[in-house]
Design a protein around this ligand. Sequence first.
Ligand SMILES: NC(=O)c1ccc[n+]([C@@H]2O[C@H](COP(=O)([O-])OP(=O)(O)OC[C@H]3O[C@@H](n4cnc5c(N)ncnc54)[C@H](OP(=O)(O)O)[C@@H]3O)[C@@H](O)[C@H]2O)c1
Length: 296
Amino acid sequence: MWEGTIRETVRLNNGVEMPRFGFGTVFTNKDIIRWAIQYGLRNIDTATDYDNEDMVGQAVKESGLKREEVFITTKVWNSSQGYEKTLAAFEYSLKQLDTDYVDLYLIHWPCPDNDLYIDTWKAMEKLYKDGRIRAIGVSNFYPEWIERIKNECEILPAIDQVEYHPFYQQRVIKEYCDREGIQMEAFSPLCQGKVEDSFVLKKIAAKYGKTCSQVTLRFLYQENIVIMPRSTKEWRIKQNFDIFDFSLDDEDMEIIRSLSTPQGRINMDPYTFHEQKNLKDQIKEREEREKQQNNQ
Ligand SMILES: NC(=O)c1ccc[n+]([C@@H]2O[C@H](COP(=O)([O-])OP(=O)(O)OC[C@H]3O[C@@H](n4cnc5c(N)ncnc54)[C@H](OP(=O)(O)O)[C@@H]3O)[C@@H](O)[C@H]2O)c1
């Protein structure tokens, strides 16, 4: 029943069609990315920070699909913000992905205290105008930072990718994006698996004969948010996207809307997150710290 629907697209503010259902790739592997594409997902989310752009490029090639059949998002990392650095970072991403264009390029985090996101955006506008990127957007941006882009630059972001799941619904940003014609995209849509533990979601899931993850993804779909859950397991990916044979009624939508609290955030705070090291180095440092603590 849902075959075909998984390929549904949304039209971005520059006319580009973006698949509404995608695949998050952090901490995954090439085989599962290739499998997800062959299964039907056409929107693959990566980032230079994840250190897996090369793997994504290979998975797309090995899927047997043409490059233009897969929508690839990547992101400029914090340490590459600024005009010249962003131009160089983009070339690096293209090389890693082994492609000559990117569908969507995002500023990964605003890092407002560094005050470089405007220069970064101007570099992205140049790449966009040169035809090297099909759409440009932001991630983890609050309206005040998008307002600056609006006032000081030429092109409005097509996307704002933010943390959004039942326990942390950033509705102020959502309402702003809806008003401005910016598409919202949810990261950590399953609250990294924690939605499965919710008593309230379990009750709703039982009513529809679905899982909490399916109810969550259906909720986000009905809220008109682009989603890209991650899983390393084929059976879960299949199950997660089996959401087109039911529809949440208004009452259940309201109940799920009421689950959001300010304490629900599981990722970093965009006001204060300025990490310059990439994920691989951060993990290495953490592991070494833990090893030292265990030895004490
Ligand atoms: N822009 C940003 O700053 C930013 C930040 C974070 C993430 N992202 C992007 O968003 C993507 C998704 O977010 P995320 O990876 O943080 O979290 P997520 O998609 O909410 O959750 C992924 C976790 O949930 C588990 N899971 C998946 N399906 C499940 C199911 N049906 N039941 C129980 N557990 C399930 C997965 O484990 P298994 O592998 O064992 O299934 C994995 O541990 C990322 O991969 C990344 O591409 C972007």
